[in-house]
Design a protein around this ligand. Structure first.
Ligand code: ADP
Ligand code: MG
Ligand code: MG
Length: 210
């Protein structure tokens, strides 16, 4: 396939849930160094709820899918990451609307809207040591391949690689947003947990089309 539909989006979500389950201890260890040690459990709880919600009432279209995921994350994750990831998915849902499939161009518009929502909600700039430092380069890399006509798997693979580079780039940064910012200079030298989970989101997306 070269476009998303509800079954493929469901595969993405369940794959992300599995990846976060597997990385749960790592995410918690990263968050214990510069936060409150709950990013793994926050994401696990939210994604379990999201998977349950879409399987209980299978969404009719791509917009409904993203909105169900976003609502589940907002209402089941207490930490900062819930409203941030929640807003990301809700905005993707607004752009997806009643579409049954999302080809390379429209999915790119969804990603851009999701990133815009995340930035509006959290007010993080690039370099602030947050999940934005993984997502922003991922969306740029996706767009570059999409502008050349794809295919989807290439755009998503480029996005996943850029996310991983962005994640690695958070280590030397000093946190300016979220709990890690309370540490000031002591946040330097630690990889950001949210950028780490965000990279799993893009890596899982690439795997769906591989
Ligand atoms: P909490 O910090 O409330 O315990 P989590 O541990 O689940 O929430 O999530 C922490 C992650 O959220 C951070 O690693 C960072 O990537 C992200 N984050 C925190 N604040 C912001 C923000 N204002 N904008 C973007 N991302 C943020
Ligand atoms: Mg935390
Ligand atoms: Mg917390």
């Amino acid at each position: 396939p070269d476009a998303w539909d509800v079954p493929l989006l469901t595969e993405w979500l369940t794959g992300f849930r599995d990846a976060v389950d597997q990385a749960g201890e790592e995410l918690t260890a990263l968050d214990s160094a510069i936060g409150d040690a709950d990013h793994g459990s926050n994401m696990r709880r939210g994604l379990a709820a999201a998977v349950a919600a879409v399987s209980q009432a299978p969404p009719a279209d791509c917009g409904a899918f993203f909105k169900t995921v976003g609502m589940s994350l907002v209402s089941n994750v207490g930490g900062a990451s819930g409203p941030l990831y929640g807003t990301l998915f809700l905005r993707m849902g607004t752009v997806a609307g009643t579409a049954g499939t999302l080809a390379i161009q429209l999915f790119g518009e969804c990603l851009q809207a999701g990133l815009d929502g995340l930035v509006q909600r959290g007010k993080a700039q690039p370099g602030d040591k947050t999940m934005v430092d993984a997502m922003l380069p991922a969306v740029r890399a996706y767009d570059e391949v999409a502008a050349d006509g794809g295919p989807m798997v290439s755009a998503l693979t480029a996005a996943a690689q850029a996310a991983a580079q962005g994640r690695d780039g958070t280590t030397p940064m000093e946190a300016k947003k979220g709990r890690a910012s309370y540490l000031g200079e002591r946040s330097v030298g630690h990889q950001d947990p949210g950028a780490t989970s965000m990279t799993l989101l893009f890596e899982t997306a690439a795997k769906v089309f591989a």
